[in-house]
Design a protein around this ligand. Sequence first.
Ligand SMILES: Nc1ncnc2c1ncn2[C@@H]1O[C@H](COP(=O)(O)OP(=O)(O)OP(=O)(O)O)[C@@H](O)[C@H]1O
Length: 197
Amino acid sequence: MLQAHNISITQGGTTLWPDLNLSIAPTERLGIFAPSGYGKTTLGRVLAGWQQPTKGRITLDNQPLPLKGYCPVQLVPQHPERTFNPARTTGAALYDVWQPGNEWLEALAIVPELLKRYPSEVSGGELARIALLRALAPKTRFLIADEITAQLDPLMQAQAWRFILQQSQQRNLGMVIISHNNALLDQVCTQVWQPKP
Ligand SMILES: Nc1ncnc2c1ncn2[C@@H]1O[C@H](COP(=O)(O)OP(=O)(O)OP(=O)(O)O)[C@@H](O)[C@H]1O
């Protein structure tokens, strides 16, 4: 179970998510739909341990997230280009984490050639799929997906989500899915949270 215990995040002079409590089971996919600037990306970062909450704590099975080694809560960020080392190939960045076989590459339409290139030499959608594949390492137990398919064309979006849902269901991969696409959230989530107007 991934949990936020009474967290608040103060940044930019505002308190985001005041006193938020959240519990996500491995069988759940929680959608988050809120206006721009509400704090969705920040919440995703906090849930994955990329940023500390100002108050409260995040736990995985009642333990703090590990400070060292692989974190079983993985964030696929809205802008993966900011998180890849520009001096290393996309393949090096992927294989540092795990060694997916060809069937994984095919499922996300990643041509092996792309893995020999640097992040600046692949398209935004290609890099988004490589970032997703990297985060789907077998040790990942919760996936925080921040607008991960916004850069894909509709057919590729559908293919990627079919694959992600299959993964989520087969291996009990709990998810938090952040999106401005209400229809998508209704299709892929087990529940959707949105602030009251
Ligand atoms: N590093 C930062 N320092 C100060 N304020 C920040 C920082 N990053 C984000 N903010 C502010 O925090 C608030 C929440 O930002 P966040 O990116 O989490 O919102 P969001 O709901 O994901 O927005 P969008 O839908 O536009 O991506 C915004 O008001 C933003 O300006």
